[in-house]
Ligand binder design. Structure first.
Ligand SMILES: Nc1nc2c(c(=O)[nH]1)N[C@H]1C(S)=C(S)[C@@H](COP(=O)(O)OP(=O)(O)OC[C@H]3O[C@@H](n4cnc5c(=O)[nH]c(N)nc54)[C@H](O)[C@@H]3O)O[C@H]1N2
Ligand SMILES: Nc1nc2c(c(=O)[nH]1)N[C@H]1C(S)=C(S)[C@@H](COP(=O)(O)OP(=O)(O)OC[C@H]3O[C@@H](n4cnc5c(=O)[nH]c(N)nc54)[C@H](O)[C@@H]3O)O[C@H]1N2
Ligand SMILES: [Mo]
Length: 767
C-alpha cells in the first residue's frame, strides 16, 4: 500500500478520474481484454444486471451503460483469482481474522464447499451432499424460532422467493434483510404516509420534472449512472437543491466519461444549484423550516388574493392531517430551526421559494435521511413537504428513495420479510398446503439481540457480510461464536465467515454474471430496480469452478435436506427450470407480476404497479397522511454533547461496495491510501485541541456499561458542519451501540453517532 496522502481533488465526478480508476482496477485484478468486453453487456436488455447498485436500467441504454463503480463490481466478481482448498490449508481461521476486509476478498472467488474443522482451526473441503445432510440434521434438531435466515439484497427474485418459502415451511418468519439496515424507514414511513412502501417515481419522471430535491444521497459514488438523468435535467435548466453535510463531488459537478466531447473539452455540468450543508440529523428541522415558509407565503397570497402556494384541491381531495401539521410548523421558532439544521433562515427560505415555484418536484433521498434515530420521521417529513404541493402521483413528481443492493427491493416484493402481514400467508398456505407461521419474525437488530442473549442458535446467510455490517461489531463477534450453526452462502471470503458457530459451513455460489446451466438448459434470473421495474439477467462467463453451484440450487438442497417432502413443492423441478419459479411467484402475487417470463427482457423492464403513483392511498385513513414529527431532533436521546463529543457520520468511500473494499482511495474526498481517517471541522479541531494530521481515538460516551473504542484515526480538517465528524463504514461500526437505531423501523442510526475524541499515541494505520 502506498503512503497515505490527503489533498483536495479538483476534478468532477466521472471524467478522466473515473476512467483512470477503472483502468487501474482492471490491471490489478489481471482482467483480460475479454473481461472488458463483458462490460458491454452490463445493464442491457439482453445482458446482465449490474451487481452494484439498484439504479434504473433505461429502455434505451447507452453503449456503455455502466459507471466506474458498476464496472469495479463486475471486475471484482469476475476476477481470475481463486480461493480454493489449498488456500485454506495454508491459513488458519485465527490467522485470517487478522486480515483486512480488502485482503480477504481480494484473494479471489471461493471454489469449493467448506466445513470448519475446529481441530485444525481451518476450513476443509466437504462434499455438497455431506454438507446438506449435516446442515439439515442440525436444523431439524433446532427449534425453528431459534434460527435466522438473513438475506443480503443481491440474490434474484427466484432465489429470494424460494428462500422465504423455505424459512416459512421450516417454521419461522425470521427473515431479516439488508434493507433492515438501509431503507426500512422508507418501507415503514412511506407505507404510513402514502400507503405504498416504495418510491413512486419512474425513470421517465426525470425527463419532465422541474425541480429535484436531494437529501442525503451520494450519487457520485453510490449510484453514478443516475448522474446521466441528472445531467440531462440540468441541461433543461432544472434546479437541483441539495441537503448534505458534506460537499459531495457528484452533487457538485459531473463530466460524462462516455462522452468523447465532454472528455476532450473537459466540460463539466454543475449539478446542484443550491447546496445546503445541513447538520447531521438536521433534516427534520430544515424541512419544517421549508414548510413553515410555504405556509406563511400561502397565507400572504391568500390575504392579497394571489394564486395559492399550497395545492388546495389536492390537499382537500387526497390528504389527511394538514391542520395539525400546519400548527406544528407554525409553532417552531426560527432560532430553533436554524440551530438544529445548522442552516440560516435565509437559506431555508430560498430552498422553499424554489420549491414553491416548481410545477413538478422529485424528492430523492438516501441513507442521510434514513439512518437516524428518527429515520422514519425524517422520510415522512419529506413526504409532508411533497404533499403540500401535490407532488405525489403525477408525472415528473414523486418520491425517489435510492435503493442500495441490486435486488434489495425485489427481495421484499417476493416475501423476504420478518413482518407476517407483508407476506401473503393465506395464499402460500393454499398454494403449498402448509400452515405458515403467523408470529412476527426477527429483523436485523432483533436477530442481533437474540444472538447476544443466546436465544438465536443458528444463522443462515444468503450473501452479505452480516457481522461486519451491523452495529456493535466487536461485541457482536464475541456473541456470534456462541451459536450452534452458521451457514454462509457466498462468492468471496469475508470476516463473517471467520467468526463462525460451533458447526460452520461456507458454501460457494455462482455470481450473477456466470452462465447458470441446469437440467433444461441455461437459466436466467430476474430482479427489481430502484424504480420498481423488473428485469431479466443472464450470465455470460464460465463458472469459476466445477464445484460452485447456483443460489437457487443451494437453497433447494437446503430445503430438501431440512423439510419433510411436500408434493406441492417440487424443488428439483424449480431448479431445473427457473421459469417455473417465476410462474410460482406470479401465482402468489397475481396483482404484481403479469407474464414475468414473457416480459422480463423487455427494454426498460416490467413496471410494478404502485398504488400511490395512481393516487390510490392504501393507508388507514384512505388518504395520504401529513404526519407530525415528535420534535425537530433526528437523534434526540444522545447524551449531552459535551465540548469533546461530536456526531459521527459513517460514510462510504468511492472505492467500496458496503463491506467490500476495492481499495484505499476516496478520490472525490481527496483521500489516498488509507481508510482510517476522521473528517473534522476546523473550529472543532481548535476547541478539542487536535491538529490536522494528528492521530486520535474515538469512543462512544454511552452509559450502558460497554466500552466502545476505535483507535488510531488520522484527523483531516474538512468542510463539514461544526459538531459533526465523518469516517468510514465498516471500520467505525464497533462504535455504534446496537440500541442506537431508528425507533420505528429499527434501522441502525449510522449517520449520527455521538463520539468522544481523544488524542492517540498510536500511529494511524489501516488493519
Ligand atoms: N459504489 C457503491 N455503490 C453503492 C454502495 C457502496 O457501498 N458503494 N452501497 C449501496 C447501498 S447498500 C446503499 S444503501 C446505497 C447507499 O448510498 P447513500 O444513500 O448515498 O449512502 P451513504 O454513502 O451512506 O451516505 C449518503 C450521504 O448522506 C450524507 N449524510 C449523512 N448524514 C446526513 C444527514 O443527517 N442529513 C443529510 N441530508 N445527509 C446526510 C452523507 O454526507 C452522504 O453523502 O448505495 C448503494 N450503492
Ligand atoms: N456504519 C454503517 N453501517 C452500515 C451502513 C452504513 O452506512 N454505515 N450501511 C448499511 C447498509 S445500507 C447495508 S445494505 C448493509 C450491507 O450489509 P450486507 O449486505 O450484509 O453486506 P455486503 O458488504 O453488501 O456483503 C458483501 C458480501 O456479499 C457476498 N456476495 C457478493 N456477491 C454475492 C452473490 O452474488 N451471492 C452471494 N450469495 N453472496 C455474494 C460476498 O461474500 C461479499 O463479501 O450494511 C449496513 N451497515
Ligand atoms: Mo444498503
Amino acid at each position: 500500500m502506498a503512503d497515505p496522502k490527503i489533498e483536495p481533488y479538483n476534478g468532477p465526478a466521472g471524467g478522466w478520474g473515473s476512467a483512470a480508476s477503472l483502468a487501474e482496477i482492471l490491471l490489478r485484478e489481471e482482467i483480460p481484454a475479454s473481461g472488458a468486453a463483458l462490460l458491454l453487456k452490463q445493464n442491457k436488455p439482453d445482458g446482465f444486471m449490474c451487481t452494484s447498485c439498484a439504479w434504473s436500467k433505461p429502455s434505451k441504454p447507452a453503449m456503455f451503460e455502466y459507471c466506474e463503480n458498476g464496472a469495479k463490481a463486475t471486475v471484482w466478481e469476475q476476477t481470475p483469482k481463486r480461493v480454493g482448498p489449498d488456500f485454506f490449508a495454508e491459513h488458519t481461521v485465527t490467522e485470517l481474522l487478522g486480515w483486512s476486509d480488502y485482503a480477504l476478498e481480494e484473494k479471489g472467488r471461493l471454489t469449493h464447499p467448506l466445513r470448519y474443522d475446529p481441530a485444525s482451526d481451518r476450513y476443509v473441503p466437504v462434499a455438497w451432499a455431506e454438507a446438506f445432510a449435516e446442515i439439515g440434521w442440525e436444523l431439524r434438531a433446532l427449534d425453528p424460532k431459534s434460527v435466522v435466515c438473513y438475506a443480503s439484497g443481491r440474490a434474484s427474485l427466484e432465489t429470494s422467493y424460494m428462500y422465504a418459502l423455505f424459512a416459512r415451511m421450516y417454521g419461522n418468519n425470521n427473515l431479516p434483510d439488508s434493507s433492515n439496515m438501509c431503507h426500512e424507514p422508507t418501507s415503514v414511513g412511506l407505507k404510513a404516509s402514502i400507503g405504498s412502501a416504495v418510491g413512486t417515481t419512474v425513470l421517465e419522471d426525470f425527463e419532465t420534472t422541474d425541480l429535484i430535491l436531494f437529501f442525503g444521497q451520494n450519487v457520485g459514488s453510490n449510484s453514478p449512472r443516475m448522474l446521466h438523468p441528472l445531467q440531462e435535467a440540468r441541461k433543461r435548466r432544472v434546479p437541483i437543491v441539495t441537503f448534505n453535510p458534506l460537499r459531495e463531488r457528484g452533487l457538485e459537478r459531473f463530466t460524462n466519461p462516455q462522452s468523447p466531447i465532454e472528455m476532450a473539452t473537459r466540460s463539466e455540468t454543475e449539478i446542484s444549484t443550491q447546496y445546503h450543508q445541513v447538520k447531521a440529523g438536521g433534516d427534520i428541522a430544515a424541512l419544517t423550516g421549508m414548510c413553515k415558509a410555504l405556509f406563511s407565503a400561502d397565507d400572504e397570497a391568500q390575504a392579497v388574493g394571489r394564486p395559492r402556494i399550497l395545492d388546495v384541491a389536492f390537499i382537500e381531495e387526497h390528504t389527511h392531517g394538514l391542520d395539525a401539521f400546519k400548527a406544528f410548523c407554525e409553532g417552531q421558532d426560527w432560532a430553533a430551526l436554524e440551530a438544529r439544521s445548522g442552516l440560516t433562515r435565509a437559506a431555508i427560505e430560498s430552498a422553499a421559494a424554489v420549491y414553491g415555484r416548481a410545477r413538478a418536484v422529485l424528492g430523492v433521498y438516501g441513507m442521510g435521511l434514513t439512518q437516524h434515530r428518527k429515520g422514519t420521521e425524517s422520510v415522512q417529513m419529506l413526504v409532508n413537504l411533497m404533499l403540500l404541493r401535490g407532488n405525489v402521483g403525477r408525472p415528473g413528481a414523486g418520491l425517489c428513495p435510492v435503493r442500495g443492493h441490486s435486488n434489495v427491493q425485489g427481495q421484499r416484493t417476493v416475501g423476504i420479510t420478518e413482518k407476517p402481514e407483508l407476506a401473503p400467508l393465506d395464499t402460500l398456505a393454499e398454494q403449498y398446503g402448509f400452515e405458515p407461521p403467523r408470529e412476527k419474525g426477527l429483523n436485523t437488530v432483533e436477530a442481533c439481540e437474540g444472538i447476544l442473549d443466546g436465544s438465536v442458535k443458528a444463522f443462515v446467510s444468503l450473501g452479505g457480510n452480516f457481522v461486519r455490517a451491523i452495529p456493535d461489531t466487536v461485541r457482536m463477534e464475541e456473541a456470534w461464536r456462541g451459536m450452534r450453526l452458521t451457514v454462509q452462502i457466498a462468492t468471496k471470503l469475508n470476516r463473517s465467515h471467520l467468526v463462525n458457530g460451533t458447526v460452520a459451513y461456507l458454501l460457494p455460489c455462482l455470481g450473477r454474471i456466470e452462465i447458470d446451466a441446469q437440467a433444461t438448459g441455461i437459466q436466467a434470473v430476474s430482479m427489481e430496480d430502484s424504480t420498481s421495474c423488473f428485469h431479466g439477467s443472464r450470465g455470460f462467463t464460465k463458472p469459476v469452478s466445477a464445484e460452485v453451484r447456483s443460489e437457487p440450487w443451494i437453497v433447494a438442497e437446503l430445503a430438501k435436506a431440512t423439510l419433510a417432502p411436500n408434493p406441492k413443492v417440487d424443488w428439483d423441478a424449480w431448479v431445473g427450470d427457473y421459469a417455473k419459479v417465476r410462474d410460482a411467484i406470479e401465482a402468489t402475487y397475481p396483482s404484481v407480476f403479469h407474464d414475468l417470463n414473457g416480459r422480463m427482457f423487455e427494454p426498460g423492464g416490467l413496471h410494478k404497479p404502485i398504488p400511490a403513483r395512481e393516487r390510490k392511498w392504501e393507508t388507514e385513513t384512505g388518504k395520504a397522511n401529513f404526519i407530525v414529527p415528535a420534535g425537530l431532533d433526528e437523534d434526540p436521546d444522545m447524551p449531552a454533547r459535551g465540548p469533546d463529543i461530536l456526531d459521527l457520520i459513517t460514510l462510504r468511500s468511492n472505492d467500496q461496495f458496503n463491506t467490500t473494499i476495492y481499495g484505499y482511495d476516496d478520490r472525490f474526498r481527496g483521500v489516498k491510501g488509507t481508510r482510517m481517517i476522521l473528517f473534522m471541522n476546523a473550529a472543532d479541531l481548535a476547541r478539542i485541541g487536535v491538529r490536522d494530521g494528528d492521530s486520535v481515538n474515538l469512543s462512544t460516551p454511552s452509559e450502558d456499561g460497554f466500552t466502545r473504542t476505535v483507535k488510531g484515526l488520522r484527523v483531516i480538517a474538512y468542510d463539514i458542519p461544526p459538531g459533526n465528524c465523518g469516517g468510514y463504514y465498516p471500520e467505525l461500526n464497533p462504535l455504534i451501540p446496537l440500541w442506537h437505531h431508528d425507533e420505528q423501523s429499527k434501522t441502525p442510526a449510522a449517520k449520527a453517532i455521538p463520539v468522544r475524541i481523544t488524542p492517540s499515541t498510536r500511529r494511524p494505520r489501516d488493519p
